[in-house]
Design a binder for this molecule. Structure first.
Ligand SMILES: C[S@@+](CC[C@H](N)C(=O)[O-])C[C@H]1O[C@@H](n2cnc3c(N)ncnc32)[C@H](O)[C@@H]1O
Length: 414
C-alpha cells in the first residue's frame, strides 16, 4: 500500500541489485546464487538487448523510499484479511511450491517469502528495491532460513537470477487495484523468469465500480459550513466541495451505501496481461439504481483470486455485456458474487460488504448529489490511465449521465 512521499530519493537502490549477506551490509553484486548483468546468462542478455529495463526515476526512488518505513509494512501485515489469505493460498498450493523455486516480487519484510519457505520451497528469491530488504535479510537470518531465502536488494527489473522459477508470489495491489503500477514489475518477473506452466499468486484480479449513496459524508464536509457556531459560513461551501471531492478519497463504506450491483471495470489475468494493457483501461457502465436515494458518487474496489488455471479465456478480459435479469435489474454477467469459481480458488476481496482491509474502498464523489429514483439509470464511461507525469499516479476521466443531466469529472490519484 503506497502512500507517496513528496520528494527525495532516500535510500532506495538504483543499482542493478545486491545480494544481502552477513550482517545485512550491502556486499556488492550478488553472491554465489546471483549473477551480474554482464555474466554469461544468454537468455537475460538477449532479453536485455531487446528491451532494456526502464530507468529508475526519481519518482521510483521516492516510491521505494516510502516502503523503507516500517509503519507501512506493519499496517499491511496487521491486515489479517490480506496476510492470512496470502498464507492460506500459499499452503493451498503447497503441492506446487514444495521443492520448487519461488520469486517474491517486492518482498518487503520477507513475510510471503517465509510462508513459501514454510510451505517447503527449495529456494525463494526475495526481491525488494527498498531498504526494507536489509531488514528482511535480518528476519530471514533470525529464522535460520538463509539457505533457502536469498534476499536481493534491487529492482525486479534490474536484478538477475540464475534459475527459472516455478512460482511467482507478489502483493502488488494498490488502491483502486492499479494505483502504484506495481503489477508491471510482476509482469517483468513473469516474462524474465517464470517457467512455462508456472504458478502466479495471485493469478487474477478484478476491479469493480458501483454508484453509492453517502449523504452523511456530503453533510460532514459541505453542509457543515451552513451554520458554524451560529455563524453562516455557507460562503465556504464551494471551496469545501472542491477540497473534499476533487480527488479520489480512500475510505470505508458499507454494502448499504451501494445503490446497485457492481460493474466490472477490468479483469486482469496475471498469466497473460501485458504492461501495455494496463497503461489505460476504459469501460462503459450502465447501472439501474435499486432504490430512491441521493447519488453521491462512485465506489471502486477489487478482488484477487489465487487460482492455478485461467477462469476466463485470455481473449476475454473485456468487461462483459449487461443483461436484464428476471427481477428486472440491469446487472453484469461477471459481478463478483456470480463470477464462476469452479476451482474454489481463494479470493481476497476489498468489497464494501466484506471484512475491511487496509485498501478500504476508493470513492470518487460528485460535487453535488443527484437524487435518483428506484430503477433510474446511471450511465457513462470511465477511463483510468497512468499519468504521463508519474506513471505511478492515475488519471481518472469519468463521464456520467442520469435523469437527463450529464457530467464530466477529471481527477488524479497522486
Ligand atoms: C505492497 S508491499 C508488499 C510487501 C510484502 N510482500 C508483504 O506482503 O508484506 C510491495 C513491496 O514491493 C516493493 N517493490 C515494488 N516494486 C518493486 C520493484 N520493481 N522491484 C523490487 N521491489 C519492488 C516495494 O518496495 C514494497 O516493499
Amino acid at each position: 500500500m503506497y502512500q507517496p512521499t513528496s520528494s527525495g530519493n532516500g535510500g532506495a537502490s538504483q543499482s542493478n541489485g545486491y545480494h544481502l549477506q552477513g550482517e545485512g551490509h550491502v556486499t556488492g553484486r550478488r553472491g554465489s546464487r546471483g549473477r551480474s548483468r554482464d555474466s554469461s546468462s544468454r537468455v537475460f542478455q538477449q532479453q536485455d538487448k531487446e528491451r532494456p529495463p526502464a530507468p529508475c526515476t526519481d519518482f521510483d526512488s521516492a516510491y521505494f523510499h516510502s516502503y523503507a518505513h516500517l509503519g507501512i509494512h506493519e499496517e499491511m501485515i496487521k491486515d489479517r484479511a490480506r496476510t492470512e489469505t496470502y498464507r492460506n493460498a500459499i499452503f493451498q498450493h503447497q503441492d506446487r511450491i514444495a521443492g520448487k523455486v519461488v520469486v517474491d516480487v517486492g518482498c518487503g519484510t520477507g513475510i510471503l517469502s517465509i510462508f513459501c519457505a514454510q510451505a517447503g520451497a527449495k529456494r525463494v528469491y526475495a526481491v525488494d528495491a527498498s531498504d526494507i530488504a536489509i531488514q528482511a535479510n535480518e528476519v530471514v537470518k533470525a529464522n535460520n532460513l538463509s539457505d533457502t531465502i536469498i534476499v536481493l536488494h534491487g529492482r525486479v527489473e534490474d536484478v538477475d537470477i540464475d534459475d527459472k522459477v516455478d512460482v511467482i508470489v507478489s502483493e502488488w495491489m494498490g488502491y483502486m487495484l492499479l494505483y502504484e503500477s506495481m503489477l508491471g514489475s510482476v509482469i517483468t518477473a513473469r516474462d524474465r523468469w517464470l517457467k512455462p506452466g508456472g504458478l502466479i499468486l495471485p493469478s487474477y484480479a478484478t476491479l469493480y465500480m458501483a454508484p453509492v449513496s453517502h449523504p452523511d459524508r456530503y453533510s460532514d464536509s459541505v453542509d457543515f459550513w451552513r451554520n458554524v457556531y451560529g455563524i453562516d459560513m455557507s460562503a465556504m461551501m464551494p471551496l469545501a466541495k472542491q477540497c473534499a471531492f476533487e480527488e479520489p478519497s480512500v475510505e470505508t463504506i458499507s454494502g448499504e451505501n451501494v445503490l446497485t450491483w457492481p460493474h466490472v471495470v477490468k479483469h486482469v489475468d496475471c498469466y497473460s496481461t501485458t504492461v501495455h494493457e494496463l497503461e489505460s483501461v476504459s469501460t462503459k457502465f450502465k447501472f439501474k439504481s435499486m432504490m430512491r436515494a441521493p447519488f453521491n458518487g462512485f465506489a471502486f474496489w477489487f478482488d484477487v483470486e489465487f487460482g492455478g488455471a485461467p477462469t476466463y479465456p485470455s481473449n476475454n478480459n473485456a468487461p462483459p455485456e449487461f443483461v436484464e435479469t428476471v427481477d428486472n435489474h440491469v446487472t453484469d454477467t461477471s459481478q463478483r458474487k456470480k463470477r464462476p469459481n469452479p476451482s474454489e480458488a481463494l479470493v481476497l476481496s476489498t468489497a464494501p460488504e466484506d471484512p475491511a482491509t487496509h485498501w478500504q474502498q476508493t470513492l470518487i464523489y460528485l460535487y453535488d448529489p443527484l437524487e435518483v429514483e428506484q430503477d433510474q439509470l446511471i450511465e457513462g464511461s470511465v477511463k483510468l490511465s497512468q499519468s504521463k507525469e508519474n506513471p505511478r499516479f492515475m488519471n481518472i476521466h469519468l463521464e456520467y449521465e442520469s435523469g437527463g443531466r450529464s457530467f464530466v469529472k477529471e481527477s488524479v490519484m497522486r
